[in-house]
Design a binder for this molecule. Structure first.
Ligand code: PMP
Length: 383
């Protein structure tokens, strides 16, 4: 099998997470909302323990953690869930960026169709959105700013710290899609000021199909986000439906492991990036990195190999490396990445760009062998 270098699409499950989930599936069979027997109590304990593990990683209280099916759902609740409040308060202006994940962009566009005023700010060629350009758009009826912490295609860290402080002063809700940073930029997330935050467990080596929406309390009050589905009162009614206990337990475990190991993981991620750049330099191939590398996460590189079509490269090196061009959610049919387009990267460079993303268990030696194989093929393909 090829080496897996598509962690930003989904990271492999951590063995300790899997072990914990198997134990839950085998031994804790109840519904966490059953009140009439021990099976319910035991399932509830697992859920509440997981909530604490998530809260501990993020440096918040467990009553601020709400489990959902993933970041897509969390993003939808954070944005669509404010609709009733927007009508009540007359604040119906939303600001976001053009490099958000579709789960934010499409939701915001749907809100625009329903009468919301929307501003979509483009990034600079560095891949970063300029915080000032967002703040310039803020006005009296601005309800929400939604900005991702780290872009999934480029790995570029966005100025959420700066915005968090400024938006708090201006009383604007701030939603952060932290799907690619949660469990990695742990200290930054702990000190960040935000109203709502989303992530999916599978990006930090938890299971797929579970995620978190954080609703930060201010003066003991939650932000006014409401459920977008009707059903039971699970998760305080924010997300109705039977809580998937084993998935929740796995999400909590992944957060616990990330909290314990994020510093040593960072070193491993950095050593892969160093090796990657060394191999590139040695190869003699002309390349450029998409996005300002001073702001890039240590597990991602969006790389343009000049004169080498990314589609041709991926097909001919499938047996060596599994990587992507663009996000998995939009990569089924090829069209140039909207993120790289928004950064004003020339289309021919976009067509020659690949996204490589790795994790702490990526084996450095195997990486060296398989990436060298890829580069050798790239040299043959280069026009
Ligand atoms: N936001 C970002 C930044 C992402 O990278 C992803 C996953 N690619 C999502 C949201 C959506 O996550 P999920 O598909 O797990 O709901």
């Amino acid at each position: 099998m090829s080496i897996y270098l598509d962690y930003n699409a989904s990271a492999p499950i951590e063995p300790r997470v899997l072990e914990c989930m198997i134990d839950i599936y085998q031994n804790y069979i109840g519904n966490a909302d059953s009140r009439t027997h021990d099976y319910g109590d035991q399932a509830r304990n697992i859920v509440e323990n997981a909530r604490k593990q998530v809260a501990s990683l993020l440096g918040i209280t467990s009553s601020e953690v709400f489990f959902t099916s993933g970041a897509t759902e969390s993003n939808n609740i954070a944005i669509q869930g404010l609709e009733a409040y927007a009508k009540e308060s007359g604040r119906n202006h939303i600001i976001t960026s053009s490099i958000e994940h579709k789960a934010v962009l499409e939701t915001v566009k749907a809100m625009q169709h329903r009468g919301f005023e929307v501003d979509i700010v483009d990034p600079e060629s560095s891949g970063r959105v300029d915080a000032k350009k967002i703040l310039e758009k803020v006005k009296d009826n601005t309800l929400l700013v939604s900005l991702m912490h780290v872009n999934n295609e480029t790995g570029i860290i966005q100025p959420v710290q700066e915005l968090g402080t400024a938006l708090e002063e201006r009383n604007v809700f701030f939603h952060v899609d932290a799907t690619q940073s949660c469990g990695k930029l742990v200290d930054e997330l702990r000190s960040l000021k935000y109203t709502m935050l989303s992530f999916s467990a599978h990006k930090l080596r938890g299971p797929q199909g579970i995620g978190v929406l954080v609703l930060r309390k201010k003066n003991y009050k939650y932000p006014p986000a409401k459920a977008i589905m009707y059903g039971g009162q699970q998760e305080h009614g924010i997300r109705p439906g039977t809580i998937p206990v084993a998935l929740v337990g796995g999400c909590g475990k992944a957060c616990q492991i990330a909290e314990l190991e994020y510093q040593s993981n960072e070193k491993k991620l950095r050593s892969i990036k160093k090796k990657l750049l060394e191999l590139l330099d040695k190869s003699g191939i002309t390349y450029s990195c998409n996005g300002d590398q001073n702001y890039c996460l240590d597990n991602t590189l969006n790389l343009c190999l000049h004169g080498v079509s990314s589609e041709a490269l991926m097909i001919s090196t499938k047996r060596y490396c599994s990587l992507s061009n663009g996000s998995a959610c939009t990569s089924k049919s090829y069209s140039p990445s909207y993120v790289l387009m928004a950064m004003n990267i020339p289309v021919e460079n976009i067509e020659n760009s690949i996204r490589i993303s790795w994790g702490p268990e990526t084996d450095l030696e195997q990486f060296q062998i398989e990436f060298t194989n890829l580069l050798n093929v790239a040299k043959r393909l280069a026009q």
